[in-house]
Design a protein around this ligand. Structure first.
Ligand SMILES: [Zn+2]
Ligand SMILES: [Zn+2]
Length: 254
C-alpha cells in the first residue's frame, strides 16, 4: 500500500514501475514458455533468427513500460481512490454478466485493433512510422507478441485502461481478459498452429483468430487485420483465410 499523502508523481512512479515489472515478467514467462515448446515440438523453426529475436525483446521491453504505466495509474486510482468500474464483489452484478463483460472487453479491444491496424496499413507514412517495426519480424516468433513501435504500443495500451471507466468488470474477469490477450498474442505469432485442425476448421474456429490466420497477415500484409475474432475481417471483406504454410496437411502427398 502506498501512503495516502504520497505525492502524485511518486505514487505514479511506484505503481508504473511495479506494473512495468509485472508486464515484463508476464512477457518473459509467456513468450519463453511457447518458445521452449516450439524448440521441442518444431526444432529449428527459429534457427538463424537470433538477431531478430533480440530486436523483438528490445521493443517488447519498451512496450512493457508503455503498457505498465497506464495500467499502474488505473490500479492506483481504483485501489486508493475508488475510481473506475472495477469490482470484486461476485454479487455486484448477475453471474451471467461475468462472461459477457469479458466478451465486451475482448470485442472492443479487437475492434480498436482492427481499425487502427487497418489504418496503419492504408497509409504508407503511418505504416513506416508506427507499424513497420512489427513487420520486421519475418517470420514472426513467440517473442514477437509485444514487439511494436512505441507509437503502436501506446495505441494498444490505452483501450483497457479506458474501458474500466466505462464498462463494469470483475477483477477476476479482467485477469481472464489479460491472460487471453497475453497467450493469444504469443501463440498467434509463434509460427505453427497449436490448435487441432479440426477446431480451426470448425464453425466456431472459423470466427476465431489463431496462428494460421495471423501468419497470413504477416505473409501478405493487406488482409487479416483482426486480433481475436474474424468478425471485422469477414464483414469488411479483408479476410483471406488461413496461411497455406501453416495449414499444409500433416502427411503431404509425395
Ligand atoms: Zn502480428
Ligand atoms: Zn500489420
Amino acid at each position: 500500500m502506498i501512503p495516502a499523502d504520497t505525492p502524485f508523481w511518486l505514487a505514479f512512479l511506484i505503481v508504473s514501475a511495479a506494473m512495468t515489472l509485472m508486464v515484463t515478467l508476464r512477457y518473459f514467462m509467456a513468450s519463453g514458455l511457447f518458445a521452449w515448446l516450439t524448440a521441442r515440438l518444431r526444432p529449428g523453426l527459429y534457427s538463424g533468427l537470433g538477431k531478430q529475436i533480440a530486436m523483438e525483446v528490445r521493443y517488447s521491453l519498451i512496450a512493457a513500460f508503455i503498457y505498465g504505466a497506464p495500467a499502474g495509474i488505473v490500479f492506483w486510482l481504483w485501489n486508493h481512490h475508488g475510481y473506475s468500474l472495477l469490482y470484486t464483489d461476485w454479487n455486484a452484478y448477475p453471474l451471467w454478466y461475468l462472461p459477457v463483460s469479458a466478451f465486451i472487453y475482448l470485442f472492443v479491444q479487437d475492434s480498436w485493433f482492427y481499425w487502427s491496424h487497418r489504418a496503419m496499413h492504408a497509409s504508407p507514412r503511418l505504416f513506416r512510422l508506427a507499424h513497420a517495426v512489427h513487420h520486421q519480424s519475418k517470420p514472426p516468433t513467440a517473442w514477437t507478441a509485444m514487439s511494436f513501435h512505441p507509437i503502436e504500443s501506446i495505441s494498444g495500451a490505452i483501450v483497457i485502461p479506458l474501458l474500466v471507466f466505462v464498462v463494469p468488470i470483475h477483477l477476476a474477469m479482467l485477469g481472464v481478459v489479460l491472460t487471453v490477450a497475453t497467450i493469444m498474442g504469443v501463440i498467434n505469432h509463434m509460427g505453427w498452429e497449436i490448435f487441432p485442425r479440426r477446431f480451426v476448421h470448425s464453425p466456431l474456429g472459423r470466427w476465431l483468430i489463431t496462428a494460421s490466420h495471423h501468419e497470413r497477415h504477416h505473409e501478405e500484409y493487406r488482409c487479416n487485420f483482426g486480433l481475436y475474432f474474424r468478425f471485422w475481417d469477414r464483414v469488411c471483406g479483408t479476410d483471406r483465410g488461413l496461411s497455406k504454410r501453416l495449414n499444409q496437411p500433416a502427411q503431404a502427398p509425395a
